[in-house]
Design a protein around this ligand. Sequence first.
Ligand SMILES: Cc1cc2nc3c(=O)[nH]c(=O)nc-3n(C[C@H](O)[C@H](O)[C@H](O)COP(=O)(O)OP(=O)(O)OC[C@H]3O[C@@H](n4cnc5c(N)ncnc54)[C@H](O)[C@@H]3O)c2cc1C
Length: 358
Amino acid sequence: MEIQPAHVACVVGGGIAGSEAVARLVERKIHSVVFEMEALPYGKIELGLPKWHAKQRDQEEHKIDENLDSPYVQYVPSTQLGVDVSLEELRSWGFSVILLALGAWRDRPLAIPGIDEFQGRGFYYQNPFVAWFNRCHEPDFEGEPIELCDSAVVIGGGLASIDVVKILMLSLTQKALREKGLQVDLLTMEKKGIPRTLESLGISWEELRLKGCTLYYRRRAEDMPLVPMEGPSDPTKESRAKQVRQKVLDNARAKYLFNFKPCRLPVEFLAEGNRLTGLVFQKTSVLWIVFHVAVWQRTGEIKGQCTGYYFFFILFNGDEFVPVRWIIFRIILAVESQIFAAGLADQACADDQFITVE
Ligand SMILES: Cc1cc2nc3c(=O)[nH]c(=O)nc-3n(C[C@H](O)[C@H](O)[C@H](O)COP(=O)(O)OP(=O)(O)OC[C@H]3O[C@@H](n4cnc5c(N)ncnc54)[C@H](O)[C@@H]3O)c2cc1C
């Protein structure tokens, strides 16, 4: 075996990123050592993708296996950087390069002070929740149990939030059917959807007496990042992306029967003892802000330098003009011409509060 003796690489993390980096090194006949904190590599593919993505997961895991299965690669399982080995130690071992391919495991915190105290007691972040769902059926699973309850509240708006509501709705439906003596396979139900599954069993949704979980999003359905807005801003593409987003949500709701509340921002929590029992939401509205007419120019002449302008802000609520909301606003811009631009802003309306209790 020919080895490029000048280099030995250290790769931390055996997910897609780590294993692809290793493959590029192998192409160059460079030896690498892969440290992975879990017994198996795969990362998000194994624990982050909900288990119904079986085909995609198998394909990706097979690719990772191929990348790591090389005489140029030394795989070191169950070794966590920062716990079993420090970065200083790794650096002192003389690797040519250390590549950190640790993934993104920290969920974006929910911005309500104190709410993290309730983690595991009525409050869960997406990453550990999906990892639990993927592994809870394993006989040797040692993680904390999670009891899924009806009427759960899900905060989010991206694809991961759709996965979470699907996990809840499928699991709750499966449990309700089991209580009626009917066994259904969750992965089959994921494919068929809940209405078709119930139809084939001759039972109605109402008979299950489930309220279903509710997805709360701070903006509108059409703003949900369910499909990316590609390339530079283009009104046609933008309008198409909005339609597709709405359709993705509508299809998911039709298939998994969850509730959806747009324009809701969680601002406070409700607790009983050490358990989180509910959230207080504020209603939000999406405003179109149009930078309109430059009415006053400080210098009176264009000099090719920073010039002060006054602008009127015309505020629209959705597509409707809101006449009471005229604001005069001073802004300094490093441009000479009149400006016409549009943007989106969330506005919290404190007078329209409501409470949702889990
Ligand atoms: C619900 C969901 C759906 C998705 N759907 C798609 C999709 O359809 N298409 C797509 O392309 N992508 C999808 N993704 C994203 C894709 O799965 C990830 O982007 C990708 O797997 C990330 O790979 P990674 O190697 O960067 O990180 P990870 O997969 O997170 O790998 C990082 C590895 O590092 C290890 N590690 C972390 N910290 C340490 C440490 N301190 N010491 C040692 N090891 C450590 C972890 O155990 C893990 O094995 C989805 C993700 C999720 C969660």
